[in-house]
Design a protein. Structure first.
Lengths: 115, 116
């Protein structure tokens, strides 16, 4: 089954404790992206990757890191989490970055709480 | 910058009622437009899309028409069901050729609850 998977689905942590949220897709997509969802704000892009070893900042990159060593994986790293990073996080992928009407496929989400 | 504005929710309807969720956009170019749906506890799924003016996207009884003159992409369904209860997001993607990076710009989402 074609899908985007994320782990963990739920995570409660404390300020300053490094964490990684994994994302993997099995569709051979070139483009991957991380979004965070906050009430009243919709989804905002954190980082994206056009292909292996190519990553760039989205609209809200502060406090996050990413890497793209393999095509299928795109982990999100919080080196020193803070309470304002409490949010619902989504990983997404698409075949290509550009093109008209290019559909993005979303993972199930990771709900992160930073105390 | 590019932006999407959705009607404020939540929206509560009875089964078989008519649904409209308004969406308007601002974009510097000529975007593709999408409606995504998020069912409770799940990720976003593409509901429908339109890539050029006057295109109508449709799926599962939902429809939306790309109106360039009013910069709108309103979502409609003639008869909602309880199973349509979800959060609906309007989004745009602006393809700028070589400089495009695939970002979707989302509205804030509209919560729809349908009662039997």
């Amino acid at each position: 089954e074609a899908q985007v998977t994320q782990n963990p689905r739920y995570l409660i942590t404390v300020t300053g404790k490094k964490l990684t949220v994994t994302c993997s897709q099995n569709m051979n997509h070139e483009y991957m992206s991380w979004y965070r969802q906050d009430p009243g704000l919709g989804l905002r892009q954190i980082y994206y990757s056009m292909n292996v070893e190519v990553t760039d900042k989205g609209d809200v990159p502060e406090g996050y890191k990413v890497s793209r060593k393999e095509k299928r994986n795109f982990p999100l790293i919080l080196e020193s989490p803070s309470p304002n990073q409490t949010s619902l996080y989504f990983c997404a992928s698409s075949l290509l970055a550009g093109g008209f009407g290019n559909e993005q496929f979303f993972g199930p989400g990771t709900r992160l709480t930073v105390l | 910058g590019d932006s999407v504005t959705q009607m404020e929710g939540p929206v509560t309807l009875s089964e078989e009622a008519f649904l409209t969720i308004n969406c308007t956009y601002t974009a510097t170019g000529y975007p593709s437009l999408f409606w995504y749906v998020q069912y409770p506890g799940e990720g976003l799924q593409l509901l429908l899309k339109a890539t050029k003016a006057d295109d109508k996207g449709s799926n599962k009884g939902f429809e939306a028409t790309y109106r360039k003159e009013t910069t709108s992409f309103h979502l409609e369904k003639g008869s909602v069901q309880v199973s349509d209860s979800a959060v609906y997001f309007c989004a745009l993607h602006l393809y700028a050729g070589g400089t495009s990076y695939g970002k979707l710009t989302f509205g804030q989402g509209t919560i729809l609850t349908v009662h039997p």
